[in-house]
Design a protein around this ligand. Structure first.
Ligand code: PLP
Ligand code: ZN
Length: 421
């Protein structure tokens, strides 16, 4: 008997579920759902627009224990959980009383996304992009990556039966390179920084060599971005269908931060949570802080920088969604701030020591900004606060110089002599 064809096929009559169109963020022009990412009139970025029916808490709560419980709010088919995909999400919202006490906060939770299938939040965004790639008939998945995205794409391609070829800047952390390569796809390191890699990928898409490829964060970016909304949905559901009053989010391209806000707004509009004010705070490393600088200076335009920081997953010098991040943080009464690499390391250790959570450098950035903005009186210590950890410390081991307390002979006498008791 013939083995089933490997051609991945969408099974649903409505492959994009409740999604109705792509719309331009700048001029509002609408387009059919397709592998398009920029407006033909104004070159503005496109995003997914919806035509939601009624969605209830009960319907969501009865769904799968992963991001597909929110399928009625995402551009995916209703039966998406039955398709071969990574099923990320529903990561713990950890009540962080010990860290809160140390920082003088009344109520703090850590949304710990390190436990996703490839150990970063990127599995969420890739999961949506893969379903779009399946529908559009792409056979190869690709991306420009600061590290975590490459691993998420490699794994998702393997699971769903796509070829993959991902592009990273040379000199990434070993854990991220291994994680990207082990799934058998091609991993190409480019001599340059992320912004060079991104430029290269834009060129490749315009060339016949790359036109049949699904670049999850370029020509599939409108779909990709929607995956970050699931962080907002989960946080609200895990708080008992309530929005937090303050949330601290890392910024690389800025997509995640803007989509968390989009997710909160949708929950309010659909009546799934009470409409109450929340403030969104963005976090960057000082060595790559173009959005924080624009915020401080009151500018609307982001001045690109050359990144120089250990927080490589956030090292995008020319963040595509930077201006929209400024809009969200200003509109909600939040802020954008930055911390030095030394503070990042310190904050990784603080989070590990107080809560048993080992964050990658991006989690050091958010925890560091949380601490700094509390100290500066910008964050309210009385407000219910959530801080994101978006990746696993095992991928950025070299950032922390932790090691054994002592090496001794295996004898009780030696242990007592070592003065550790
Ligand atoms: C990619 C990434 C982010 C943020 O990405 P955006 O481009 O801003 O959406 C945050 N944390 C980690 C660990 C990442 O890999
Ligand atoms: Zn437009």
């Amino acid at each position: 008997m013939a083995i089933a064809a490997t051609e991945p096929a969408a099974t649903s009559a409505r492959p994009f579920g409740p999604a109705a169109a792509l719309s331009c963020r700048e001029c509002g022009e609408r387009y059919d759902l397709g592998p398009k990412f920029a407006c033909e009139f104004c070159f503005g970025p496109l995003e997914v627009a919806y035509d939601h029916g009624a969605v209830t808490r009960e319907q969501i709560e009865a769904g799968p224990l992963n991001i597909w419980r929110y399928a009625p709010l995402l551009p995916v088919p209703a039966d998406v959980d039955e398709l071969p995909n990574m099923k990320p999400g529903l990561t713990p919202l950890v009540r962080a009383d010990r860290l809160a006490a140390e920082l003088g906060l009344r109520s703090l939770h850590v949304k710990d996304d390190s436990g996703n299938p490839t150990h970063s939040f990127k599995d969420r965004v890739v999961a949506i992009a893969v379903e779009a790639a399946r529908t559009f008939g792409f056979r190869t998945l690709s991306c420009s990556s600061t590290g975590n995205l490459a691993g998420a794409v490699g794994a998702a391609a393997a699971r769903a039966g796509f070829e993959s070829c991902v592009f990273i800047p040379a000199g990434l952390e070993e854990g991220k390179v291994v994680m990207a390569a082990v799934y058998g796809g091609k991993v190409v390191a480019l001599d340059g920084n992320y912004d060079d890699v991104n430029r290269f990928c834009s060129e490749l898409i315009g060339d016949p060599a790359g036109e049949d490829w699904g670049f999850v964060n370029v020509n599939l970016r409108p779909y990709y971005g929607e995956g970050s909304k699931t962080l907002a949905y989960e946080i609200a559901e895990q708080l008992g269908w309530r929005l937090p009053e303050q949330i601290v989010v890392p910024i690389a391209s800025g997509s995640q931060l803007t989509k968390i806000d989009k997710g909160f707004q949708e929950l309010i509009r659909l009546g799934l949570v009470e409409d109450r004010p929340y403030k969104v705070f963005g976090a960057q490393a000082t060595g790559c802080s173009p959005v924080a600088r624009a915020f401080e200076q009151g500018h609307d335009v982001i001045q690109p920088v050359k990144p120089d920081t250990i927080a490589k997953s956030l090292a995008i010098g020319n963040p595509a969604d930077g201006p929209y991040v400024l809009d969200v943080c200003r509109r909600t009464g939040g802020a954008v701030a930055h911390v030095s690499d030394a503070e990042v390391v310190d904050s990784i250790k603080l989070l590990a020591r107080t809560e048993g959570i080992f964050a990658e450098t991006a989690g050091g950035v958010t925890t560091g900004v949380l601490r700094r903005l509390l100290a500066e009186g910008v964050l309210d210590p009385q407000a219910e606060t959530v801080v994101l950890n978006t990746g696993d410390g095992l991928k950025t081991l070299n950032a922390v110089d932790s090691g054994v307390t002592a090496t001794i002979r295996p004898s009780l006498a030696a242990f007592k002599e070592a003065g550790l008791l």
